[in-house]
Design a protein around this ligand. Sequence first.
Ligand SMILES: [Zn+2]
Length: 140
Amino acid sequence: MNEPTGAAVDAATSIFNLPDYRVISATVLADGRRQIIVETDQPPGCPSCGVVATRRKERRFQRIRDIPVAGAVEVLWSKYRWHCEERACPRLSFFESTAQVPRRARSTSRLRDHVVDAVITSGRPVSETGPSQMSMVRAG
Ligand SMILES: [Zn+2]
């Protein structure tokens, strides 16, 4: 999705810097929390046949856990179900997924990497690093 001029992505997307996503909304909620809404930046391939989808079906908002970006942020993924238009493919539709948020994941890969790094850097066994960080990973 490159512009002919090679224009850079918008500022919010650039700062948020989640691969394969662009920021479509960045809002400060009434209680002060920051909410980021993202969507994928390219149409996905069908997980069965690999044909790139061109037609969206419905969407839903999926909350995903992510690393803090200049503080805590609530991240919602505007996630689409796509039609597979390959006639020979048995799959009629599918929800998109990405390397950052694979199917059924509820947190980003960069959050999982971040937590693993934190555990390694702390030099302590996982059992001592506290349940909160590790439960975030397991729940992912
Ligand atoms: Zn297909």
